[in-house]
Structure formats: structure tokens, C-alpha cells
Design a protein around this ligand. Sequence first.
Ligand code: ZN
Length: 375
Amino acid sequence: MLEVDASGVVVEIGSGSGSADDHAEVLIPGLVNAHSHLDLEAIEGAPRAEFTAWLRAVIAQRRTSDAGQRTLIERNLSAAIATGTLAFGDIDGTGATAEAMLVAGVAGRAYREVLGLAVDETRAEALVGEARGGRAVEVDGLSPHAPYSVSPALLRAAVRSNARLAIHLAETEEEVRFLRDGTGPLASLLADLGVLPDGWAPPRCSPVAWARAQGALGPRVLLVHLQHPCSGDLDLVASSGSPVVVCPGTVRWFDRGVPPVEELCRRGVCVCLGTDSVASNEGGLDMMAEMASLRRLCPSLLPTAVLTMATARGGEALGLPVGRIMVGCRLDALAFDDVPAGTTEGATDWLTAAAPSPDRLVTGGNPCSPNVPTL
Ligand SMILES: [Zn+2]
């Protein structure tokens, strides 16, 4: 039982009654995609076997793609919203995402991407200042891209700015190798791009330890992927309070192993879900599909835990009041008219495994049905 006032704010939540029927109408919070790249597009024939080869394809496409960034972002947003995502943690490579989200009427944090392996302290301060200039607090964020694409000075400047951060971290074995001894496919790519600074030397530590050395672990720093933690890294992450976003569709794209979701959950880490970009996800930006993928990857996770990762945990990781149905908050939710289960547990199991399409999106201004059982 849910009551909403004329402005779309929840004023009362009664106890979800469940139902004696085999089928029920169910309302869940709007899904939170905690890691997207709305300004990337699918790449014809993109390689899957090796991350660095894929990265080369993405870089090549970004260099040749001249048109329609805003159109592309809007198209990606529309597709994601249609499948139930009502909030985003987006890596904003163009500076256009924040406004596009605002116009589309969804919440989100636009982590403005900053890059540069050769960036010194002075340039780092300037880059960070430019990236944050004039942005509203509710969408403000920075994404120092990854340990192989930002200098320690740039990451430290991002930390000093006190913006919320998102960083790709420990995504691949190539990244671990590059930081450990400065060799491998990433070293070749950076040499080919001519971006490795003169005299650069590997830090000879894990990606997580490298981030920690720059002060870049903590509740306001979202760690993206964490697919390849080294010994002791999960403890460092857990004690720091950094949330972690995993992207099951991208795990499947690259045929990676199981990410350490269960280990992280056991350590009390806030784990949430994202799609990454359409360039590395056959399922597109569909968070219902991500929940189903995660359940296949980690079958021992409870359906309730998976639903929470795609909703409330995402809101927590982004520092936004989204992914929950709460008194006093705008109602952003998904309605499913005919869920084949009469219990909350059964309904959650079905919703997270079957990847159904929502029958209706309920956003703040729109009316919703009374007497709807809620999960
Ligand atoms: Zn990403």
C-alpha cells in the first residue's frame, strides 16, 4: 500500500501485503545504472578476446566520430529508460551528459572524465578545475579514467577537489601487469599513442595499492570493475569504504571470470551494478538484463541482494537519493502488472532472473496505482 501526494512525493508506505493470488502487480524502485558511458556507441566487429585490442578500437572510433554526440547520448538514454533505469552514474567524456539527463527527467551523476599520464601538479589542478567548472552539485563528479591513463598528480588533484570520483580499477590482468613491471599490451598501446612520459617507471604495486597511495580510496570514490584484485586488495577496499560497481554484461563480453562480488559482500562493501557501455555489452543498457546476468554469474547471491545492488546500493554509491521508495522522496519506480508469484520472495526471484520489461514507469509527476504491493 503506497500513498503519493499530488506532487509525486511518497507520503505513506503501508506493509506490502503480498498476495494470495498466483499473480500480482508489483512496484520496485527505479533501477540505478551505476556505471555507464552514454556517449559511446556500439563498434562494428569490436574485438573481445583482448581488452587492449578493444581499447584501441574505442580510441579509433572516438577519433573518427564527429557527429551527433548529443543525439547518441539521447538515444542511449531513451533505450535505458525504456528498460527501467531511472538514475545513472555516467562517465561523461564529452561534457554533454549532465544536461541530457536533466532534460530526460532522470537523476544521475555525470563523472567528467579526465585523462593524462604525463600531467604534472600544475596542469592537474587546471584540468580538474576545467572539468568541474559551472556544474551543479547534484550531478558533479570526476572520473580520473584508470591507473594506466592518469598520472599520480592528476589523481591526487581529483581527490583534493573533493568531488565524487569514479575510477576504472583492477579491470584486467594487463593493467595489473603494466603497474607491476611496465610491460604487456597496455605498455605497447601507450607507447604507440605516444603518451607514456619520458622516464616513466612502473609503481610496482597493485592497481588498488596505487590508488590508495594517491589517497583515492574512500566512500566518495566509486571503484569500477575490480575484476582482478591482488592479495590484500579486498581488505584495503573494505576498510576504505569505497563502493564497487560490477558490470556483468561486460564480464560476459570479454569472457572474464567471476568478479569477486560475494567476497566483497562478505566484507561489507557496497556493491552495485552497471552496464558499462554499449561497446562492450550485448545487452545494451538494460539493467534488468544485468541482474539476470549477475544471478547466472553468482548463483549463490540472494535475489533480494541482487535487486538491492541494482537499486538502493547504486544510489548509495553515487551519493544520490535514488533507488529507494521512501516517504518524503519523489516516487521513481517500475510497475510490473502480472508477476507470476504470490510472495515477495517469489516475485523478487522472478524479476531478477527473467529480465522482464516493466509495464509502466512511474516517475515523480505521474500517478501510480493505489494498493500496489511493494518490494
Ligand atoms: Zn567503463
